[in-house]
Design a protein around this ligand. Sequence first.
Ligand SMILES: [Zn+2]
Length: 264
Amino acid sequence: MMFIFVAAGLLVGSFLNVVLTRLETEESFVSGRSRCDSCRETIRWYDNIPVLSHIVLRGKCRYCGVAISRRHLIMELSTAAMFALAGAVFPAASTLSTALGLIFVLGMIGVLAVVFVHDLMHMEIPVSVLVFGIVWTVVSLFLIWISASPAEPFFSSRLWEGIIGGAIAFLLFYSLVFFSDETWMGMGDAWLALILGLALGWKLLLPALTLAFGSGAVVGIVLIVLGRKGLQSRIPFGPFLAGSVIVMLIFGTIIGNAFGYFLI
Ligand SMILES: [Zn+2]
């Protein structure tokens, strides 16, 4: 069973690399095969096998020999690790709504991994990814709610808790953006906070934001102490929000126990 999660994670991670590259080059998602970033040669399927091709080609393009960004390998391996963790932590998908819950979490891991890397590298969160994340969360929670048996009243559903959580988180971050004139946070962070609240529900809002701000502060201080960043330099906050949601989604069932609350 674990093998399936690892294999799915490698494939999804490989797909996320394609998404990240196309977001950077603003190529269309529907047309065209993967190409070498350097020589533009089409990459054949046998050179596009997650991890394995990287080892066989020793991290270089078959045609021009230019090194392939290590980000590709890191993305594949970390997605596989996160999928394996989610598979290990979640109860066996025995009912339709728990199966939908697991699919929801795996999809969110993919969305947030793209946000994490893109914001880290470019200090920007792509609007298309944010829109996809919002739609994915709302549709998933709606399907989980209508497939629950015995049926759940709407006002005690995860969807409703998500709407409340999303509204609170968005308003909080929107005011941070508004009052700081976009110097502390950007609008991308506010939309990401909406996804955070939607996905986790208001009951996990406090631990999730504590984790995001706490880890952001620790990393910020470490970077300043190491002399990598000055007091005035900007550190993107999206990776901390995205990372916090991933941790909460995977370990929320365990963390939730402390709050008397189960994610799914
Ligand atoms: Zn090449």
